[in-house]
Design a protein. Structure first.
Length: 197
């Protein structure tokens, strides 16, 4: 098989999709993400030997992490997704969690591993854990790529964590602001600019 070598039809359009000035410095680099996700994959492969987990990705933010993590696990995992909304379009949590898309899979007897992009207040995950436990999985654990230091407003049991980061807003690698910038390949600080200007 050979990649398609044809040039893009109008390559000049690419530049207009650049990230823009609000994308700040790299907080977690592509290389660090790659290495840490490989490690998490090895840990999960060892911990779940003989009982392959059902990975439950929390959309939309976890879609990039889920894709990389699932391929770093050497077990016949299943994948499913839930979509929850906890933010509206602001950069601060409302504390209100709404299930926008529920799981397709039956959790009874399954070893469920929730795959989250980022834990900020922890309210989303706290709600999800209670919601999923009510469906009687054989076990329930969480793998969060990012945890914001000092922000959690509820006790959480996080079995796997990728990185602890400062409590500032970040974008990229699945994380958005107003549904944009999810496709940046690294995690970046986000600078909303001075609202008074
Ligand atoms: P929590 O309920 O406050 O823990 O917020 C969790 C959800 O808010 C995450 O799953 C993200 O979707 C979103 N979120 C929290 N912090 C950020 C951020 O810095 N950038 C983008 N989304 C975030
Ligand atoms: Mg999320």
């Amino acid at each position: 098989m050979r990649p398609n070598d044809d040039p893009p039809a109008r390559s000049g359009q690419r530049a207009r999709h650049g990230p823009g000035p609000e994308v700040g410095p790299v907080v977690v680099s592509e290389e660090a993400l790659r290495e840490r996700i490989a490690e998490l994959g090895r840990d999960i492969t060892a911990d779940y030997a003989g009982r392959p987990p059902l990975l439950v990705g929390v959309l939309k933010g976890a879609f990039v992490f889920m894709s990389d993590l699932s391929r770093a696990i050497g077990l016949p995992v299943q994948v499913d997704f839930m979509a929850v909304a906890s933010y509206g379009s602001a950069t601060r949590t409302s504390g209100v969690v709404r299930i926008v898309k529920d799981l397709d899979a039956d959790l009874a007897g399954q070893h469920v591993l929730v795959v989250e992009d980022i834990v900020d207040s922890g309210l989303t995950l706290n709600y999800l854990q209670r919601y999923l436990l009510a469906r009687r999985p054989a076990s329930l654990e969480v793998c969060a790529l990012l945890v914001k230091d000092g922000q959690q407003r509820t006790a959480l049991d996080l079995r796997y964590v990728g990185f602890h980061i400062p409590p500032d807003f970040v974008v990229g690698f699945g994380l958005d602001v107003d549904e944009r910038l999810r496709n940046l390949p690294a995690v970046h600080a986000y600078d909303a600019g001075d609202p008074d200007v």
